[in-house]
Design a protein around this ligand. Sequence first.
Ligand code: NCD
Length: 301
Amino acid sequence: MKHLISSNQFTKEYLEELFGLIKDIKNDEKKYSKILDGKLVTTLFYEPSTRTRLSFEAAAQRLGAKIISTENAKEMSSAMKGESLKDTIRVTAGYADAIVIRHSDNDSAEVASSVSTVPIINAGSGSKEHPTQALLDMYTIKESKGNIDGIKVAVLGDLLYGRTVHSLIKLLALYNDVTIYGLSRETFKLPEEYINYLNDKNVKYVPCSSFEELPSDIDVLYHTRTQTERFVDKSGAKVEEFILNKEVLDRFSKQTIVMHPLPRNKEISEDVDSDERALYFKQAHNGMYTRMGILAKILGE
Ligand code: NCD
């Protein structure tokens, strides 16, 4: 695989192989510490990020690669001077062996890959895709549950603009007998195109409007933040509904895990953090190992 642009490009076999590699890296990191010696990775972030950029940079360095970075490319790069994304990529591709990019345009990673001579890795494009997040989410589910076939997953919150959800459900659809519940306000419901995608893949999708409609033995509660930055009219966007606190969580099974791509606002209360079912910080930590696996596969020999 050269570019990593979309969740669409994966097969179940690829995922399972990647999960094996991530597990091995977690168990024996030293073995991989020099595999990207002499490589240089660029991180080009036009949107805010903590976890994604830092975990990619940590991942690259832990594999022996070096990093050059613009953390605020929107204002600190030549984009401010009117340079097109294509021109920026044409130039930076000459400096590095791979480009990790986050950008607010839905087609930014595709546009970048159309002119890049080195691999493009999509670290979030508009509201459409965040494939490396979906990979780390899937790895975390696999690590916790052992098996993804037959799983019941609820995605919560902003299903309209949440790119992590959009990329995750496509990867879940690669497995057998998966049911996805979507709990959101009417205004944030999952767009038709994703519902059709799930239908085509024989994944059952159940839209819901309250916690009570979710089965108490659900395997995964995957919450998300309202993506306020994607709203044209920001009034009313900040209303947090479906707050998951300890009391609500306790209505679910002891096996129900709680995930969130982070950052969170108020949709998961801090009283959930100490519950052993709360996996979001572990999930973020898995992000670094997942990105080590991704870089090893794309840039390794
Ligand atoms: C997510 C993103 O950027 O889409 N964050 C992340 O990469 N972990 C989720 C979000 O910003 O809400």
